[in-house]
Design a protein around this ligand. Structure first.
Ligand SMILES: [Fe+2]
Length: 208
């Protein structure tokens, strides 16, 4: 069985993922897919279907984990592995347990989903700066957690530089994706005709 966008949505329903987490995950998937398209154009070996499905499913176990105390990235990995989609599971796992890439390594789906998740505050696409400000306010209660958050922000900024190197889009351009309402349709359409989708949906504004 192949992991398709329809199956990913079905899994979200089956796992009873609440609406607000689905909306968050759809925004993460939008960023991941658009960024993936541009990176693929740059020659990176990205599997766009896998990337988009994993982005959509990255928080599939989040709600359940709040109740059980399990780590949601780990339980997401286990679920996907049991379903026969281990590669998607690995990408989900890495959105929390991120391993920095080796110098010179090609861009991985893990890096894109990790980054995309840091660009979405609830269900709104924001800058890294804004997202980390929000994270510090919510979770930076102790000095230790503040330091951890600052290190994570610096690492994510470095990752942003790596991802956008030689791309014709800038991180701010992704804010335009907030205008998209029918996310599922757009994801479907873009998976079919990748390089032109961006222009079709938000026009020529983002292309200087
Ligand atoms: Fe997330």
């Amino acid at each position: 069985m192949e992991l398709t966008l329809d199956l990913a949505y079905e899994l979200l329903r089956k796992e009873e993922v609440p609406e607000h987490i689905i909306r968050h995950s759809e925004k993460v998937a939008l960023i991941a897919l658009f960024l993936g398209c541009f990176l693929k154009e740059r020659g990176e070996p990205i599997d766009l279907n896998l990337l988009t499905c994993a982005a959509l499913l990255h928080d599939i176990k989040k709600m359940e984990s709040i109740k059980t105390g399990m780590n949601h990235a780990l339980s997401g990995y286990k679920l996907m592995k049991n379903l026969g989609f281990e590669r998607a599971g690995e990408i989900i796992y890495a959105h929390i347990f991120f391993k920095a890439p080796k110098p010179g390594a090609p861009i991985s789906e893990e890096e894109i989903v990790f980054y995309a998740d840091k660009r979405v505050k609830h269900d709104e696409i924001v800058t890294l700066k804004e997202r980390f400000k929000d994270l510090r306010e919510r979770y930076g209660r102790t000095l230790k957690s503040l330091i951890r958050m600052t290190l994570l922000e610096e690492m994510t900024l470095l990752l942003e530089k790596r991802l956008f190197k030689n791309l014709k889009i800038r991180p701010e351009d992704f804010l335009l994706l907030n205008e998209i309402k029918e996310v599922k349709d757009v994801l479907k359409r873009c998976l079919e005709s990748c390089t032109t989708c961006w222009r079709d949906i938000i026009g020529e504004r983002s292309f200087p």
